[in-house]
Ligand binder design. Structure first.
Ligand code: 13P
Length: 255
């Protein structure tokens, strides 16, 4: 039985004050919610503040990125140990914005996944095709490459413990979410590959989130799918009320 994980990726939004107010409010809103894992990914500067405010609540904290290096002369970088020190339990890796705008590759993401696991952070590994790739019939090929290369060298146990976020690039920030049929197809494909490459136990345990224009009014249709184990929310995760509605929608879906 996989517990759905609902995460808000704040991207480059919110000061420490805004983060504090949000997490305090969310922490009290979710007091009576059960059956879902709740995660917030603040910018680095607000991580420690958010983690402190989330202490003794059901809200977990994620970094949005990290270096694959342990420490050293890497100006502007943040290590896995630093994320942990700031109070993070999870780290988002390989988001499509990082791939597209900052040149991250499956190989560089793979190094980060290994580094995160070595530091006992739970990676949220993002995969997903562009519109051009989808229209060119390349969805499965792209997902296969991202999974095979991104998770290269991991054990079945490690894969079972991490989270994959299927975020079709064409659905991110566009208001055009994948339909339940499209999400179902992609998520089933990912799980099939996990089974082939990492074994049945890994495939059964690994959570696969959907991301891309998730909103309070589309979460229930997505979360009802057998292979959708949560959501990675961008825009609708910036307001605590809409994020809470998404959490509630996910928690109420009979699974
Ligand atoms: P939106 O929910 O704004 O489409 O963003 C999705 C996303 O990129 C989450 O990581």
């Amino acid at each position: 039985m996989r517990v759905p994980a609902i995460a808000a990726n704040w991207k480059m939004f919110k000061t420490t004050h805004e983060a504090l107010a949000y997490v305090r409010e969310l922490g009290s809103l979710v007091k009576d919610v059960s059956g879902v894992e709740i995660i917030i990914a603040p910018p680095f500067t607000a991580l420690a503040t958010a983690a402190e405010a989330a202490r003794n609540t059901a809200v977990g904290i994620a970094g949005q990125n990290m270096s694959a290096e342990k420490e050293g002369a890497f100006t502007g970088e943040i290590s896995a140990a630093m994320l942990k020190d700031a109070g993070a339990t999870y780290v988002i890796l390989g988001h499509s914005e990082r791939r597209k705008l900052y040149g991250e590759t499956d190989a560089s993401i793979n190094r980060k996944v290994h580094a995160a696991l070595a530091a006992e952070l739970i990676p949220i590994v993002c995969v997903g095709e562009t519109l051009e790739e989808r229209e060119g019939g390349q969805m499965a090929t792209v997902l296969d490459r991202q999974i095979k290369d991104g998770l290269d060298g991991l054990t079945g146990d490690q894969v079972g413990g991490l989270i994959i976020a299927y975020e079709p690039v064409w659905a991110i920030g566009t208001g055009r979410n994948a339909t339940p049929e499209q999400a179902d197809e992609a998520h089933r494909h990912i799980r099939t590959r996990l089974r082939q490459w990492f074994g049945a136990a890994a495939a059964d345990a690994c959570r696969i989130q959907y991301g891309g224009s998730v909103k309070p009014d589309n979460i229930t249709g997505l979360i009802a799918l057998p292979d959708v184990d949560g959501a990675l929310v961008g825009g609708a995760g910036l307001q605590v009320t809409s994020f809470f509605e998404i959490i509630r929608g996910a928690a109420s879906a009979a699974r």
